[in-house]
Design a binder for this molecule. Sequence first.
Ligand code: NI
Length: 250
Amino acid sequence: MLFDTHAHYDDEKFEYDRFQVMENLPENGIAYAVNIGTNLESSKLSVEYAEKFDHIYATVGFHPEFADKLDLDALRELAKHKKVVAIGEIGLDYYWEDNPAKEIQIDAFKKQMDLAKELDLPVSIHNRDATGDITSVLLEKDHNKVIIHCCSVSLETAKIFVKKGYYISFAGPVSFKNAGKLKEVAAFVPDDLLLIETDAPYLTPHPFRGQRNDSTKVLYTAQALAEIRGVSLEEIEKITFENAKRIYNI
Ligand code: NI
């Protein structure tokens, strides 16, 4: 059985069939999936899905895109729900020009790191073109429960993260033919820190690139990792499943 540590079923791409897709996951080999909050509305929906399905868990948080909307009190209340397993996704995104200013993003990120520490919950980290600042905030806050979502960092940075005991989660891109550098990182991460995710409906793995992603396709990311690491698919399934349960405390 597989564990998809990061999906977005509140996305509009699931407008017509999200409940059907979620409901069918266990019979399609997915034991658990975590729906990830990106703002207040999506965090509420994540909790709602987690209440509806035993095999769905939730995170709550403000993605850097929504850093200027941060409502810490509402987040703290939502985070107390028993099926909320992390604060996220939070972090920094310097790629999109119309995202909130860096200072606003960093401030929201730090406040949510503090909340996660206060509640003893892991954080799910979003990083796009912001590795330097992400690393500084993580080292400054020194939280011991960190998931690097959709890892895209260099081997050098991955070594820093692994040394700190951060979990490293791989999504579809690790299965792409041109993923040379990322494959080096995927080969390097120790067994006990390795996670898999879809980021559905985005980042669909090879050979379905271009189609809508969903949790069942995490299998192809697991397969890619098995090839890269020279172990069986069963071994990747087993270690990523155990790791996900450990970090999310399920
Ligand atoms: Ni995501």
